[in-house]
Write a protein that binds this ligand. Sequence first.
Ligand code: ACM
Length: 709
Amino acid sequence: MKNPTIAIALLLLCALNSLAQPVDSAQPMSPQHHLMPVPAAVQFQMGRLKIDASFTASAVGPADARLAAGIQRAARRLEGRTGLTFSRAPVSDPQTATLRIECKGPGSPVPSVSEDESYALDVTDRQAVLKAATAVGALRGLETFLQLLEGDRIGYYIPAVSIQDRPRFPWRGLMIDAGRHFQPVEVIKRNLDGMAAVKLNVLHWHLSEDQGFRVESKRYPRLQQMGSDGLYYTQEQVREVIAYARERGIRVMPEFDMPGHATSWLVGYPELGSAPGPYAIERKAGIFEPAFDPTREPLYKFLEGFFTEMAGLFIDDYIHIGGDENEGHQWTSNPQIQAFMKARGLKDNHALQAYFNQRLSEILQKLGKKMIGWDEILHPNLPNDTVIHSWRGPASLVEAARKGYDSILSAGYYVDLMYPTWQHYQADPVAADSALSEKEAAHILGGEAAMWSEWVSPDTIDSRIWPRTAAIAERLWSPRNVTDVDDMYRRLEAISVELEELGLTHEKNVAMMLRRLAGSKEIGPLKTLVSIVEPVKHYRRNQDRSATMLTPLTRLIDAARADSEAGRRFAALVDGLLRDVPTFCRNQERIKMTLTDWRDIRPALDAMIDKSPVLREAEQLPRDLAEIGGAGLEALSYLAADLAPPDGWRDARLSMLEQAAKPKAEVEFAIIEPVRKLIILAAAMPGLKSLPQSQWKDRVLTLTAHKGR
Ligand code: ACM
C-alpha cells in the first residue's frame, strides 16, 4: 500500500459518510417537474390542486366533439394513474370544474401546418384553468396537465403553476416507414397517442418502398395485390387512422417514394419501369435499381390517376414524393431514355429527375396538394413551392431556406440508427449560430424523427421510436435555450413511463422478447446483459447482408435498445466517484455491487445460452462481461486503497477492454467508457492523490478525455 494513512482515512470517512447520507442514486434530490417538451414559459407557485375522486373537467364555450373526446381520454388516463374513479355524470357547474377549459373555437377542420397550438394553463389550489384559441391548443394543454401530476403521502395533486406555451416550430413529425416492414393499424394508432403526448403534430406515413406497397388502390389494384404480400392498409383503415390522428390534432402526410425505391409498384405494373422487368418484391435492404421511366407519357397518366385517388383519401395539404437515392442506373442503360434526355437537353440523371419532379408538381398542384420531397430533389428547375426534406445533412436545409424553399429537418433525427438521445437532442433546425437571416430561417418549418423500418417489427418499433423521439419532440417545440442534457434525461425517464399507459410497448416488450429467447420465464441474467448492451449504430447492422425482410427480428439485438439507461447510470456513478470524498464513498459501494454482478453473472448466462441455440451468437458476451467486471473491480480496489497497480496491469486491461468493445451478435457494450476511466485513473491515482483537489479534477478530466461521451 503506497499510502496507508490516506487509505485508512478514506475508509473512515466513508464509514462516517454512510451514516449521514443515503446511497446516491445519481438523481437530483429535489423534486422537479418532468414536463416534456418544456413549455415556452412556466412559473411554479406556492400551493397545489388536489386530485381526488371529486375531480371534474369541463369545457366552457362552444361545444366541440374533438375537445370533449380529448377531455374524456385525459380523465381516463388520470384515473388509470391514480386509481381514482371520477363521476361520469355531466358536470353540474362547468365554471367550477376542477379543470375548466376555455376554448375559443374548434380550429381548422383538417389539421394544418398553420394551426394555432398555443395554450395557457393556470393552476391554483382551487382550480386549473386551461385557455386556448383552438381545440388543438386545448389538447396540447391537456397533455401538459397530465404531465404535471404528482403524488405524495397526502395524495395526488397538480402543483400551482402558470404556463404560457406555444411551439417553436409548426412542423413536428414522426415518419414511420411501413414499406420495409408493414406496421399494422394498432401500431400506428398507439404511436399517434405517443406523438400527441409529446405534442408532435405530423405523422409522415412512408407507404411505398422497394419492399412493399402498403395502400389499397381501387384504381390500380395490382399495386397492393402484387406488391404487398397481402400486408397493406385498406382505404377504410387509412380513413380510420386519419380520423384518429385528427382527433389528436395530428396531420397525416403520405409518402409515395419515386422515381426510385419503386420496385413494389413495378411488380404489378412493370410498364412503368425503366427496364422491361419482370419485377419481384425486394427482400433485401439497400438501394436498388428499379425506377419509373420519366420519359413516357403513360407514366404521368398513371400517376395522375393514382394521385387523384390518393388526394381524395389523404386530406392533408401535403404529399411527399420521396425522390431519394435514385441512382439512375436503369436510366443510364436505357437508350430510349438517353435519347429523350439528349433531345431535351437534360444533361444528367439529376436533370431528368428534375423534369420528372416538375411533371409531378403540376399533377399535385392541380389536385390542390403541396409537394414535398427528400433533399435530392433540390435542383434549379424545382418549383419554388416545393418543400425540401433534409436528410443527408443540415447543409441542404440551409441551402433550401436560402433559395426560398420551405424545408424541414430529419438529418440528426434518424432513430433507426440507434444513436443516443443526447445526439438527437443537439440537432437543432435553426441552431443558435445559424447564419440564416430571419427571413431565411422562417422557411424552416421544423423537423421529423425518422423511423426507417429495415430492422423493426411491430414488436420492436416502439422501442426504437420511444422514448428518444420525446427528446426530438422537445427540440422542435421548446425554446432553443432548453438544452440541459442531464435534465432532459431525468425528464425522459418519467415520460417514458407515461408513454406506456398509451399502450406503447417500448419497455414491456424487452422482457417478452427475452422470455422468447430464453424459452423460460427466468430471464434475470439476460435482462442484466441486455440492459448494458446497445444495437450497433449507424448502418452497421447486417453488414454480411445475410438478413432479409423475411428474417425474424427476434434476436438479442432486437431486444436491446439504443442509449442504455443502465450504462448511463453507471457512467454517472463513475464520473461522480472522483468528484469529492462524500461522492466517492456513496458511489463506490454501488459501483462495486454492479461490477461484481457483471463479473459473476457468467455461469448463469452460459447456462441460458446452452439451452437456447438462438442465443449462441452471443456466447462471447458473458465472457467479456466477466472480464470487464473483474477489471473494474481491480481498478476500484486500487483506487480505494491508494495502491499502485503492478507494471503492465493498465495496458493489459485496456487491451482486454478494446477486444470487449468490439460488437458481437451485432450488439456492443454501453459500459466500456466508464470502466476505461476507472482503469486509467487507478493506474494514475497514487500520483493524483498528492495533487490539490482543485488540480485533481482537471487532471482527472485530462486523463479520461476521450472522444464521445
Ligand atoms: C432516406 O433516408 N433515404 C431518405
